[in-house]
Design a protein around this ligand. Structure first.
Ligand SMILES: NC(=O)c1ccc[n+]([C@@H]2O[C@H](COP(=O)([O-])OP(=O)(O)OC[C@H]3O[C@@H](n4cnc5c(N)ncnc54)[C@H](O)[C@@H]3O)[C@@H](O)[C@H]2O)c1
Ligand SMILES: [Zn+2]
Length: 381
């Protein structure tokens, strides 16, 4: 356990949602967690329900159950791990369990896990008895710097990912980097993709530090959690309804999602958005916003994080298929592709009207995929 340092970042003055980051929070002296929970909750909870997945339960279930039981009666519900659990059917099962435990409107849900548990659990909290309070305890890098912040909750539908849901802020987000000690590298890479994105869209200093970092070192990696969580919190609080600024969080995600879909979701999200940033950065350069030297810096940083196996898995996907999915992206409006693109590292481009979304000529799409593939092949040799 390292020195306990907790800092509060207030997301939004109009809501009470606080983000507390503390190394060893859940592993430290007795009493720390109960005190923190008291400070986050305005009314006493009648009970807690930990919602987690079975893998996280094995690693941390007992510990967290013990901490929470000091304050109130505590139950635990574990869903099978992975995206396949993010469904309406699973949501119904969890709702039925809450009812079986007799949870009333003063019950508080504790969402212990990655983005799947966070999204599903946040949705359950939003609709159980018309809404109960919930607290995010993210245990993956992606969840700690991205999905647990901003209040987007929901599940996947047969007709698409994240198609059912609601925006509803948690009472708080408790981030303990120590959970990442057991997280496999493949999952770490999902968070790294978003870290690189935060550097490009809003923080040149962070980008520079990522260039120097050794991501296999726990201390190098975890020092980026706080700056990244702050960036997400700031962007979300300035534009909670995603009217303009929040769209910059989608950088790399049009081509990234297209690659994931074209590969039938066999390529992980982190690899896909690193790839997406290569293509979209190239488009920004062609449109005359993003300087060549920044394109090259971005390419070098992205290549640093991808292994030969990652590259091979991407290069197996057919270009036409990626282009097809990018053309049918839900962010396109009235036959136009809309993207948020960088102006330089650390700053996103705005149109004369102040819009962060720019309309992209369709004929740039395929060449941008060719560029991204060449950039990957170049790093193989
Ligand atoms: N709400 C949002 O704003 C938002 C933003 C981005 C992504 N998401 C969603 O997040 C989900 C992806 O989240 P994710 O990448 O965290 O995936 P995940 O929740 O599936 O977790 C990944 C794997 O890591 C395991 N795991 C979790 N914590 C661990 C730990 N500390 N040690 C060892 N293993 C651990 C889990 O059991 C799981 O198998 C997607 O459904 C995506 O749509 C939501
Ligand atoms: Zn993402």
């Amino acid at each position: 356990v390292q020195r306990l340092s907790t800092r509060n970042v207030k997301i939004k003055s109009s809501c009470n949602c606080k983000i507390v980051i503390g190394e060893g929070l859940f592993f430290a002296k007795k009493g720390k967690i109960p005190r923190l929970l008291h400070s986050l909750l305005d009314r006493k909870p009648s009970s807690f329900v930990i919602i987690t997945d079975t893998s996280v339960r094995k690693l941390y279930g007992t510990r967290v159950l013990r901490e929470l039981s000091r304050i109130a009666e505590t139950h635990l519900i574990a869903i099978p791990p992975g995206e396949r659990s993010k469904t309406m059917e699973m949501c119904m099962k969890v709702l039925a369990d809450l009812a079986k435990f007799g949870i009333d409107r003063d019950g508080v849900l504790i969402l212990l896990g990655g983005g799947v548990v966070g999204d599903l659990g946040g949705f359950v909290a939003s609709i159980y008895k018309r809404g109960v309070r919930y607290i995010q305890v993210p245990t993956t890098l992606l969840a700690q710097i991205d999905s647990s912040i901003g209040g987007k909750t929901g599940v996947d539908a047969k007709w698409g990912k994240n198609q059912i849901g609601i925006i509803n802020q948690p009472e708080g987000v408790l981030i303990d980097p120590a959970f990442l000690r057991t997280l496999p590298h493949k999952e770490i890479l999902n968070g790294i993709g978003e870290m690189v994105k935060y550097g490009v869209i809003s923080d040149a200093k962070l980008f520079g530090e990522l260039e120097k970092a050794d991501i296999h070192s726990y201390s190098d990696l975890t020092k980026f959690i706080e700056p990244c969580a702050r960036i997400k919190a700031r962007i979300v609080s300035e534009d909670p309804g995603e009217e303009n600024l929040r769209s910059i969080l989608n950088y790399g995600h049009t081509l990234g999602h297209a690659l994931e879909a074209a590969a039938n979701y066999s390529i992980s999200h982190g690899i896909a958005i690193l790839y997406g940033m290569l293509s979209e950065g190239w488009i920004a350069q062609k449109l005359g916003f993003f300087p060549t030297k920044d394109v090259q810096r971005q390419q070098a940083l992205i290549n640093k994080f991808l292994t030969r196996d990652d590259l091979a898995s991407v290069l197996r996907v057919r270009l036409e298929k990626i282009a097809h999915y990018a053309l049918t992206d839900k962010k396109n409006v009235s036959g136009k592709m809309m993207m948020s693109l960088p102006q330089k590292i650390g700053k996103m481009h705005q149109t004369k009207e102040g819009d962060f979304k720019t309309s992209i000529p369709f004929n740039l799409l395929k060449p941008s995929i060719v560029y991204a593939n060449r950039a990957l092949i170049g790093s193989l040799s």
